[in-house]
Design a protein around this ligand. Structure first.
Ligand SMILES: Nc1ncnc2c1ncn2[C@@H]1O[C@H](COP(=O)(O)OP(=O)(O)OP(=O)(O)O)[C@@H](O)[C@H]1O
Length: 282
C-alpha cells in the first residue's frame, strides 16, 4: 500500500481507543535504543487470519525490508506496531513498549502509511508547517526535511498537483519532522522514478547510519536488494525468513527475487506444514 503520514495520525484511522493523545506533554526518550520487537503477533478478522503468530526483531542502525506477497499481512503488522489496529494476540513493541505507552511518540516514530492523507489544495510546505505546529516541532525543521527529501523546489506547489513520487517524498518529509529514532515505511519506493529510488536509497542508508531503526515494506525487490541489510519475508501471515539479506542470497546462490518466490510459494517452506527452515527471530 503506498504511503503518506501516520506519525500524525488521523484519529478516524485508528480502531484503538487507547491511542495516545498526540498533543500530550512528554519526556524526551534520550536513552532509547529504538529496536522493534514483534512477538507472537496475531490479528484475526472474523475467519481471516491476517497475521499469524509473527515473531521477529528489527535492529537499529540498519535498513530492514519487510517483504511479502499481496495480502501477506504486512500492512496489518505495521498498523499494529503503530497502535492503529489492536492485536488479537501477541505484542508489537518499539523500544520495549507498546506505541500507546511511548511518552513522546512523534519524536520516537515516524511513519508513512497511506498516500491519501494530504489536503489537495494545500501547498507542500504548508502541510509540513501545520504538522510541525500541531506536534510542537520547531518550524525550522520544515525546511530541513524538505531539503532532505529533495522536495524544496516543489514545496510552494499544491499537493493536488503532486505526482505519486512527490507525495511519497512529502510523506517521508512529514515522518522525519520529529527527527524520530524509528522509521516505519509502507511501500516508500512506490511511484518513484529511478532517480527518486536512488535518492531514497541514499537517504535511508544515511538515516540508518545515524543509528535509526528503519523498517520498510516493498514489492520492488530489485530496489530492496540494493537498499536493505536485513529482510523479513512473510506469507500467509507467517514469517518465512528473518535475517541478513546476504545470508539469504548466499545460502543457495540466488537472487532476492528467487529466494522470495521460493519462500513464499513452496509448500516445503510453509510454516503451516512444520517444515520451514527459516529462523523466526532475526
Ligand atoms: N480491516 C480488515 N478487515 C478484514 N480483513 C482485513 C482487514 N485488513 C486486512 N485484512 C485482510 O488481512 C490480510 C492481510 O492484509 P494486509 O493488508 O495486511 O496485507 P499486505 O501484506 O499489506 O498486502 P499488500 O501487499 O497487498 O498491501 C488480507 O487477507 C486482507 O484482506
Amino acid at each position: 500500500m503506498p504511503g503518506a503520514v501516520s506519525q500524525f495520525l488521523d484519529a478516524t484511522e485508528t480502531e484503538n481507543p487507547d491511542a495516545p493523545d498526540p498533543c500530550a506533554d512528554a519526556t524526551p526518550e534520550d536513552t532509547m535504543n529504538g529496536g522493534i520487537t514483534i512477538d507472537g503477533l496475531t490479528k484475526r478478522y472474523g475467519a481471516v487470519t491476517a497475521v499469524d503468530r509473527l515473531t521477529f526483531d528489527v535492529e537499529p542502525g540498519v535498513v530492514t525490508g519487510f517483504l511479502g506477497p499481496n495480502g501477506a499481512g504486512k500492512t496489518t503488522t505495521l498498523r499494529m506496531l503503530l497502535g492503529l489496529v489492536t492485536p488479537t494476540a501477541g505484542r508489537a513493541l518499539i523500544d520495549g513498549r507498546d506505541y500507546a505507552e511511548l511518552r513522546e511518540p512523534r519524536r520516537v516514530v515516524g511513519a508513512v502509511l497511506e498516500a491519501t492523507g494530504f489536503h489537495p489544495g494545500r501547498r507542500g510546505r504548508d502541510h509540513l508547517r501545520i504538522l510541525a505546529q500541531a506536534g510542537g516541532i520547531p518550524g525550522s525543521r520544515v525546511e530541513e526535511v524538505l531539503d532532505r527529501v529533495a522536495l524544496a523546489d516543489a514545496a510552494h506547489r499544491r499537493v493536488g498537483g503532486y505526482s505519486l513520487g512527490m507525495r511519497q517524498r512529502l510523506g517521508l518529509a512529514s515522518a522525519l519532522l520529529g527527527d524520530p529514532k524509528v522509521l516505519i515505511l509502507d511501500e516508500p519506493a512506490n511511484g518513484l522514478d529511478p532517480a527518486g529510488m536512488a535518492d531514497l536509497r541514499d537517504l535511508l542508508r544515511e538515516l540508518a547510519g545515524e543509528g535509526r531503526t528503519i523498517l520498510m515494506s516493498s514489492h520492488v525487490l530489485s530496489e530492496v536488494s540494493q537498499t536493505v541489510n536485513r529482510v523479513v519475508i512473510v506469507a500467509g501471515g507467517t514469517v518465512r525468513y528473518a535475517g541478513p539479506l546476504s545470508e539469504l542470497t548466499a545460502a543457495k546462490g540466488e537472487t532476492l527475487e528467487s529466494a522470495f518466490l521460493r519462500l513464499t510459494s513452496s509448500p516445503d517452506n510453509d510454516p503451516a506444514t512444520g517444515t520451514t527452515t527459516a529462523p523466526a527471530r532475526s
